[in-house]
Design a protein around this ligand. Structure first.
Ligand SMILES: *Cc1c(COP(=O)(O)O)cnc(C)c1O
Length: 717
């Protein structure tokens, strides 16, 4: 395939020849899911590696050059280096690529994957949460399978936001100002070395974006950025932050992503054979593809029929208000020139995205995507049911269960989310090539071979790591001189590594009910402060800056964390990110999730937990409704729908307390008095890994996408 662009690496590290490929490794995220690759950096200077939030570019810039000289003389290091670089080369050469071997007829068909956010690694915090992490995992898995996928999104130079909690538990926000030259990001330039730009028309002006690239293993990700001098000052900020509440910013961003994204791929020389919209934000891409054909002489209908065949759309949002839809005055402001180019009237144009709400007609991005895609899916079975019902109005002649929306349950990238030490156990007891077979259920029956004590040792190690992290960041806060003593308790200085530890970390939206466990405050006090069988609970998560009820929930948790009666065993970790997520899903004993059913489309953090031997204790919503088998974790409430949310909350709370008090706590502390581990607990960990790890992996997920969405789209062309 011929592309028409060049890559410019801004950094010239002063690396000695013998290890100079560290620079190359730093610019390919492959290391982020290959612990041996990451260790080539970490081993040079552990403390600096932590200080730069695991960012290899900043690391190589800031490291004391003496460390390179030492490494050059260190035979152990050099052996590691050679071994890892050989592994990296073998991977990048794609010799073993599964996709080309399985579907040689499609190996040159590029697949474009559009998403509003990509959560790839903590060193690049321009993601908000679940959707972004899923997109990041999708790319990593596509790389592992050798799929010819290309990502398209935005780089946000101020990121999402940094969360800071005041003494009274109120969330305050501040922003990053990234220096892209200190990130593993490559500038995309033309033959003369000038940044390549593309442009879109916004009312009364043209807006340009330049293009950055991140190499995710074998998969390239292109990120648009409007902060360039050619743009008017206010347009330079269009791509500064995620999820603005300003509708004009939002529609401009979505025009940039959908329309600009297609133009960017064309400019770079790509000719995708399928176009996957991860959520509706990028749905304007459907129109841009139609416009290309109309310009060549097609009618709108003919062009639409063609692009529909290879458009793929994934919906993620069972909450109606969570779906993007724009008031018609915005469409009138932003699209008059465009509908002319499509040879449509205003009325015809609006019809493609029309959704009638109680307050009038709007232009809905999911409706647009559904109208112009032949392949659409929801992200769990239950979400599929909800989505078919929600969008039934688009197919009025069909019954709910005939609405053509499939379901493909989300997954997580195993290499990225698995603790290194757990990976070593898998190598030893599942087989050295376990990673190549990770979506095969049979492989996981070998979990039984892991000796209980070895498994427990790894679990204890991960918990210590989490608690050390917590205490060290509490110490940093304290040392900064502007932290009240009671906040340091909430930061977690009193955590201990022997107590049963629950984790709850997610976006603080009201339907996620972080307050459910506090609904009987006295009962929780008794459970937590029991001296024989204490319970610790670690919370983390951000509320959208405009979500006041969400911020009140954080405050409620924070006040409990400072309540002396909980004796320092309730903790709130500030500024939830990928790093904290990794430490928590690996380090706690139990992962708790209490959404109000059926609002959690899938959820993925529980999958990360189970892979690492952390047991799930969750409402039967999203993925857990499919994963729970009665013995591989615990369910909160039943598989039933409620009409009255108050009744639902009451029933779920009662179930939560009963299970915790009568099953989970006693099982964890069984035999403890004798200093033994709880055999029942370890049996449950094994049952959990055996049944869940393969099923909720992106390996299984991408193969499902291939079978149900991608291959049909490629064959239809
Ligand atoms: C996995 C993850 C999420 C999504 O978790 P859910 O279970 O879907 O709520 C959000 N943020 C971070 C940092 C994550 O790692």
């Amino acid at each position: 395939m011929k592309t028409s662009f060049h890559k410019e690496f801004p950094n010239h590290f002063k690396l000695p020849d013998r290890i100079n490929r560290l620079g190359e490794l730093a610019y390919n995220l492959w290391w982020a899911w290959n612990p041996s690759g990451m260790r080539l950096f970490l081993l040079l200077d552990r403390r600096l590696w932590e200080m730069v939030t695991h960012n290899p570019i900043a690391f190589l810039h800031q490291i004391d050059p003496q460390r390179f000289k030492d490494a050059e003389k260190d035979t152990y290091y050099l052996e590691e280096y050679d071994r890892v670089m050989a592994k990296f080369d073998a991977y990048m050469s794609g010799m073993d690529a599964w996709f080309a071997g399985s579907y040689p007829q499609f190996k040159n068909n590029q697949m474009a994957y559009f998403s509003f956010e990509f959560g790839l690694h903590e060193s690049m915090p321009f993601y908000a949460g679940g959707l972004g992490i899923l997109s990041g995992d999708h790319l990593k898995e596509a790389s592992d399978l050798g799929m010819p996928l290309i990502g398209v999104g935005f780089i946000y130079k101020e990121g999402y936001f940094v969360q800071n909690i005041t003494e009274d538990g109120w969330q305050e926000t501040s922003h990053y100002h990234f220096n892209f030259e200190e990130m593993p990001i490559i500038s995309v330039v033309d033959e003369e070395g000038k940044p390549i730009t593309i442009s879109v028309e916004l009312p009364g002006r043209e807006v340009k974006t330049r293009i950055w690239m991140i190499q995710v293993g074998r998969v390239p990700l292109f990120l648009l950025d409007s902060s360039i001098p050619e743009n008017q000052p206010k347009d330079r900020n269009l791509t500064s932050r995620l999820y603005s509440s300003d509708l004009e910013v939002r529609i401009s961003q979505e025009i940039l992503l959908g329309i600009g994204g297609v133009r960017a791929l064309r400019r770079l020389g790509y000719e995708p054979s399928l176009w996957h919209m991860n959520e509706g934000h990028s749905a304007f891409l459907t129109l841009e593809r139609v416009r290309e054909l109309v310009k060549q002489g097609s009618s709108f209908e003919d062009a639409a029929a063609i692009v529909r065949k290879n458009n793929v759309f994934t919906t993620h949002t069972p909450v109606p208000a969570g779906n993007d839809s724009f008031p018609l005055w915005l469409i009138d402001k932003y699209f008059p020139g465009y509908w002319e180019e499509l040879k449509l009237t205003r009325e015809q144009f609006i019809e493609i995205g029309k959704q009638t709400q109680s307050w009038g007609d709007t232009f809905s991005m999911p409706v647009l995507a559904l109208h112009l895609s032949n392949h659409t899916n929801a992200v769990s079975e239950l979400h599929g049911e909800v989505a078919r019902d929600m969008w039934n109005f688009l197919w009025p002649e069909k019954k709910v269960d005939e609405v053509p929306i499939e379901s493909i349950t989300n997954g997580i990238h195993v290499g990225f989310w698995l603790a290194r030490r757990m990976g070593l156990l898998f190598e030893r007891y599942l087989g050295v090539d376990w990673y190549d077979h990770l979506d095969e259920p049979d492989l996981w029956t070998r979990i039984e071979n892991i000796p209980d004590l070895e498994l427990w040792d790894v679990r204890r190690h991960m918990k210590r790591k989490l608690i050390n992290y917590t205490i060290e960041s509490a110490r940093d806060h304290w040392q900064s001189g502007n932290r009240h003593a009671s906040q340091v308790i909430a930061d977690g200085v009193m955590l201990d590594q022997y107590s049963l530890t629950l984790g709850f970390a997610r976006r603080f939206a009201t339907y996620k009910r972080a307050d459910l466990i506090f609904s009987d405050y006295d009962r929780l006090l008794r459970l937590v402060s029991n001296r024989d069988m204490p319970v610790q609970i670690i919370f983390a998560g951000k509320a959208h800056p405009a979500d006041e009820p969400g911020k009140l929930l954080i405050q409620q948790v924070y006040r409990a964390a400072k309540d002396y009666r909980f004796c320092g065993r309730i903790v709130f970790l500030e500024d939830y990110d990928l790093n904290i997520a990794r430490l928590m899903v690996q380090g706690v004993d139990v992962w708790m999730n209490t959404p109000r059913r059926p609002n959690e489309a899938s959820g993925t953090s529980g999958m990360k937990a189970s892979l690492n031997g952390t047991l799930n204790f969750s409402v039967l919503d999203g993925w857990w409704r499919e994963g729970y088998n009665g013995s591989n974790g615990w369910a909160i409430g039943n598989d039933v729908d409620y009409d009255d949310p108050d009744e639902q909350d009451k029933k779920d709370a009662a179930s939560l307390y009963d299970k915790l008090e009568n099953e989970i706590i006693p099982m964890y502390y069984q035999n403890r008095a004798m200093g033994d581990v709880s055999q029942e607990w370890i049996a449950k960990i094994k049952e959990n890994m055996r049944t869940l790890a393969w099923q909720f992996s992106t390996r299984r997920m991408l193969k499902d996408y291939l079978q149900k969405m991608y291959l049909p789209a490629l064959k239809e062309r």
